[in-house]
Write a protein that binds this ligand. Structure first.
Ligand SMILES: CC(C)=CCC/C(C)=C/CC/C(C)=C/CC/C(C)=C/[C@@H]1[C@@H](COP(=O)(O)OP(=O)(O)O)[C@]1(C)CC/C=C(\C)CC/C=C(\C)CCC=C(C)C
Length: 446
């Protein structure tokens, strides 16, 4: 792998502001790219339910105020058709999970059946690769709010998470960076073909080279990466999300995918008996929960940009129009609406929690920290009396710091296999203990 990477590795100046977006827009393969400090994540979504239980959140306003009944009571043929469409969208996301899980199993079979040889390296290539990963680390440290979390990971896993993070940031930067207004669908197509090359071992620049190396070592499928690009396409084109199905799908594309990309790197607890599918489902849920939370925290900021990332049908059910969101007045209708949105986001967090304990011990703290810090945003929206139009839903530094030891405590909880009696294990199918262990050759690489 190192041999394949070497000719393509070119140093990248991450301090240059516009180069990357411009390079993708113009199809210039030689340009490095750049990260500009971004404002707080705006999170749009579109999509469908991964699990119909999230559709069952009671969307009946607590104070009915003469509003129409919840959609669930209006069972019409149109609703049935919509439900069918939702199921096929759900299937689409689940298919990615199944594909990723089977890849993990296949890779396990390969790595246990063969004595994996260290990669061939020519002098200098390893130091270039190390430099590439170090650069990813610098970007991660600069932009991630829980950068310390990766320090608990093994050096190999840490580097791999950095490389994935940087690719995600670059992708996001295309539609959320300073040059977003110049980004066209063609530019995203180019970015996707560049991704294919990364997975084929032909990276264009140093940061891609780190990812190329990572995906050659861990059983990471390309589909979640492709899907994230698809999410950016949606963000370019989708002015509104008609219902939660659409929002869910968007959340999967831009954030659920991050969970699917990260799990194979984070690794499972050796004692875990959870299936790969169940852990990927939890990872997907955490990505969705994080994204929903960011959307709820950024309602005002998004509205000032003319964007509304909330399900239109649910807004209507609470008697809310786009204009009221643009006006930004906190009314009882808005409070009722937000209470339900927050309730649903918390359901996704809960769905993620069991999965965290199945991860490798060293990875759990980072994931718990991410989960708890995002949950605090929901708490802050409540503390601000649902004024997410003009008040920042940001916890105090002290509260954020307090979350870290709590995350540590939770990370000590052992996997379900140890916590549950055997009769309670019915939903855990089969023993895939080592399904995400990295190949043994990796330590020799770096
Ligand atoms: C734990 C952890 C942080 C690991 C993931 C690291 C990683 C590869 C992150 C990529 C993030 C990124 C730049 C994505 C681009 C698209 C995007 C911007 C998505 C939104 C993120 C914003 O997060 P945040 O609010 O923290 O913003 P900052 O970067 O700090 O400015 C998203 C909302 C996606 C967030 C989704 C995750 C972090 C996925 C979490 C799930 C897992 C790591 C799987 C855990 C496994 C189980 C079994 C539960």
């Amino acid at each position: 792998m190192a041999l394949m990477l070497l000719p393509a590795i070119a140093p990248v100046d991450i301090s240059v502001g516009l180069g990357f977006t411009e390079a993708v827009r113009q199809g210039d393969r030689s340009q490095g790219k750049v990260f500009t400090p971004r404002r707080r994540r705006r999170w749009s979504l579109q999509s469908l339910y991964a699990d119909s239980k999230y559709a069952c959140v009671e969307f009946e306003p607590e104070n009915t105020m003469g509003l129409p009944p919840p959609l669930s009571s209006l069972v019409t043929s149109a609703a049935a058709a919509a439900a069918e469409a939702a199921v096929s969208l759900e299937q689409k996301v689940y298919d990615v999970i199944l594909k990723q899980s089977s890849l993990v199993k296949k890779k396990l079979a390969l790595t246990t059946a063969l004595d994996v040889k260290p990669d061939l390296a020519i002098p200098g290539s390893l130091s270039l690769l190390k430099e590439a990963y170090d650069t990813c680390g610098e970007v991660y440290m600069k932009f991630s709010c829980i950068f310390v979390g990766t320090l608990l990971l093994t050096p190999e896993r840490r580097r791999a998470i950095w490389a994935i993070y940087v690719w995600c940031r670059r992708t996001d930067e295309l539609v959320d960076g300073p040059n977003a207004s110049h980004i066209t669908p063609t530019a995203l197509d180019r970015w996707e073909s560049r991704l294919e090359d990364v997975f084929a071992g032909c990276p264009y620049d140093m940061l891609d080279a780190a990812l190329s190396d990572t995906v050659s070592k861990y059983p990471v499928d390309i589909q979640p990466f492709r899907d994230m690009i698809e999410g950016m396409r949606i963000d370019l084109n989708m002015p509104r999300y008609q219902n939660f199905d659409e929002l869910y799908l968007y959340c999967y594309y831009v954030a659920g995918t991050v969970g699917l990309m990260s799990v194979p790197v984070m690794g499972s607890a050796p004692e875990s008996k959870a299936t790969a599918e169940s852990v990927y489902r939890a990872a997907l849920a955490l990505g969705i929960a994080n994204q929903l939370t960011n959307i709820h925290g950024d309602v005002g900021e998004d509205a000032r940009r003319g964007r509304i990332y909330l399900p239109q049908d649910e807004l209507a059910r609470f008697g809310l129009s786009d204009d009221e969101i643009f006006d930004g007045k906190v009314t009882d209708k808005w409070r009722s609406f937000m209470k339900n949105q927050i309730k649903r986001a918390r359901m996704f967090f809960r769905a993620a929690e069991d999965g965290v304990s199945e991860l490798n011990q060293a990875s759990r703290w980072l994931v718990w920290a991410s989960l708890l810090l995002h949950q605090q945003i929901l708490d802050e929206i409540e503390a601000n009396d649902y004024n997410n139009f003009t008040k920042r839903a940001s916890a105090s530094k002290a509260k954020k710091l307090m979350a870290l030891p709590v995350a540590l405590g939770r990370s000590l909880v052992t996997p379900s296999s140890l916590r549950q009696s055997s009769s309670a294990k019915t939903r855990l199918e089969g023993n895939l203990c080592h399904w995400i262990e990295p190949p043994t050759s990796e330590k020799k690489m770096l």
